[in-house]
Design a protein around this ligand. Sequence first.
Ligand code: BG6
Length: 279
Amino acid sequence: MQLSESVALLSASNQVDILVVENDLAEARISLYGGHTLSYKPKRDHRERLWESQDAVLDGTKAIRGGIPVCWPWFGDHPSKNWPAHGYMRTQQWHVVECVDSETGSVIKLKPEFSVGPGFDGNADLTLTVSVGNELSVQLTTKNVGAQSFEFGGALHSYFNIEDISQTQLHGLTGDFLDKTENYARKVTPEAYRFHGETDNIHLSTESVLTIRTPGFSIDIESLGQDSIVVWNPWIEKSQSMTDMPDYGYQFMLCVESAITQGVTLAVNEQHTLTQVIK
Ligand code: BG6
């Protein structure tokens, strides 16, 4: 079904519904399950920016491995209960509320079926705005439409498509980070940020302009509204233990996540937007 000149909805039985975007500037694919952007390829260089696991589960029974999972209303494990890691939005059905084409690309607004779930009882209105043009912009807006303030966290948990993790470098981060693989030990960001093993780092960072340099090309990433940048690569053992990731998959992906790990409190009628722009 065509939703606009550049956006079509593809439905297949037992598969998640996919929005296929193709305009003069770029191509993209967005799954309505999870409000999950799977692919983005600008036409100026035809290079895929996002990594999607070839073993990703695409039948709507599990969060999709790769692309840009939307994590909300908390980041990582829930602090007190055994509720799903990264919240419940990445496994929820979203629907299109607006789809507009213009000279600068296609803008698609999505909303989830509901925002209340186990572990969060705030009254939130959520909108995900995906703009596909010369750059990809993903914005998650949380508005407090209830009668009480609430706190939330989350992330745009982007998986970037890289050439070779051992020859890839991340630029733009300085200061301290918390190393989740070593019980949140505080460490100093190395000047040359390279990858030699499992990486799960929370940079409590307001730095918002980063670049991934990988053989043959670079990806620029801008963030707004985050309190942290999370850098994740599971490396070989974890890849082997994950059923939705090929054993060697870690060599070709790097997660650089615009995240709220410390929590944002919204008063009644207040709103917050978490943005990641990929160039
Ligand atoms: C990262 C976390 O954001 O996501 C890691 O910091 C976690 O600890 C990773 O392993 C993947 O999470 P999941 O739930 O998609 O397997």
